[in-house]
Design a protein around this ligand. Sequence first.
Ligand code: 5GP
Length: 237
Amino acid sequence: MEKIELLYEGKAKRIWRTEDENLLISEFKDDLTAFNGEMKSSEAGKGALNNQISTELFKMLANNGIQTHFIKMLDNNHMLHKACNVILIEVIVRNIATGSLSKNLGIENGTILPFTLVEFDYKNDALGDPKLNDQHALILGLVEYQDELDKLRRMARQINDILKPYFFEKGLKLVDFKLEFGKDKSGNIILIDEISPDNCRFWDIESGESLDKDRFRKGKGGLKVAYENVLNRILQH
Ligand code: 5GP
């Protein structure tokens, strides 16, 4: 399957049209951005690591009954997937307080939440991805029905229920992560985008070290080694 035309370039991926209107190719870039594009850098090999990590996680989730857009990994930086109508809601799942939750609500960093928190952000760079409630999402027309918002929450919790123990067994705490969903050509809501250390926070159970994009956000270095560490744990069965 070949790339025919660039449809969209995001901060971490380029999306290409293919000869099949139902299929797209995502090209994973080495670029790194944080704080809505205020911090920028690049790390050779980061895109390939995220492609491989996402591939393994999409396969594992599909084996556990989660519908995703994933078809196959084409090469180091390219993934073939279904074309979907993207729902412009970032679904944030949190098991442990950190990041913007700690900053905005004053919950101490590292506090284990009494239950898994699922939040919605509006996927809109110009507005800085603001928080959404259900009424905002419906007024903006991001989905048509309340049922669809309920389904996003339900799927996000199901995915967390699979990923959290999976990573725990591999010595990592799944602190929080961001998911994106789309509608396939039959109108089914399915998981899209990627699942990688760019949009998840992983803390090593023993050392407490961050093995994710917080290394870049906090200027710590060692990003590629951290992402390789996550991939190696995923590949260990
Ligand atoms: P926070 O709201 O604390 O900044 O992020 C919560 C979680 O969602 C983190 O795992 C973070 O990586 C992810 N996340 C939130 N917004 C975005 C985003 O716009 N892009 C990416 N790649 N991840 C995000």
